[in-house]
Design a protein around this ligand. Sequence first.
Ligand code: FES
Length: 283
Amino acid sequence: MTAEPVGARSRTGYDAETLAALVADAEQILARYPDPRSGLLPLLHLVQSVDGYVSRDGIIFCAEQLGMTAAEISAVATFYTQYKRHPNGEYTVGVCTNTLCAVMGGDAIFDRLADHLGVGHDETTPDGSVTLERVECNAACDYAPVVMVNWEFFDNQTPDSAAELTDRLRAGETVAPTRGAASVCSFKQMSRVLAGFDDGRADEGVGAGGPTLEGLRLVRAAAAVDDAPGTPGTPAAATSDRPGAEVPPETGTEQSSAERRPTTPSDDTGPAGPADPEEGDDD
Ligand code: FES
């Protein structure tokens, strides 16, 4: 008997090659979870990496892979703003308008970009390059106001710098985030990373710069004074300078994501070596 082709019974509209690739990727994703339904969120990112949004075909695909209904998949996909229900631009430009960024100019940046691009929240420029969004706090308040491009940080923005940033994106130029990866990838490429497929760039750049490390510097300065023989610690001591405190850390050194200790089997290929199987075992 001839084996049935992959996806022969699929109700999606994907061509055979696309469907076979999706099925192979989905198998890798679902193998990470004891319950396949737990893999729905990365599966939705996976279909976004192919279609550029959570399409009708993508919803049916997820339903078929998980033995769920399309209504159940839609209920999840419409709950999270990271899942797009219409074709997204190549770059999602998210302006943080949460409290601190708004106070520091986030609202002004959003208004300027809306005028500059001629689109509103969750709308895409006619050339398909930029989708503009208001986004909530990205835990980068020490760099407010912050603009995210496909979830890469652009710190301390102004209306002018943000408008220039979108001009460069629309012109097809390579732009470099303030921290993290050396360049911004496309929405589809980013979606594949969010689906759990490593693009090899996780350790590019530094995760924390001077403002983020300032509290740590103050605590260490205070602790150093407290530890000095015969020198009682005082709040004033915390303001003492530490040589090199203003110099951002290098990749792979303190506060860089590259220094993170291995914690999962997927870390086995990391530069720090395999996870310690004994760690965290309370038995
Ligand atoms: S309020 Fe904008 S990053 Fe926190």
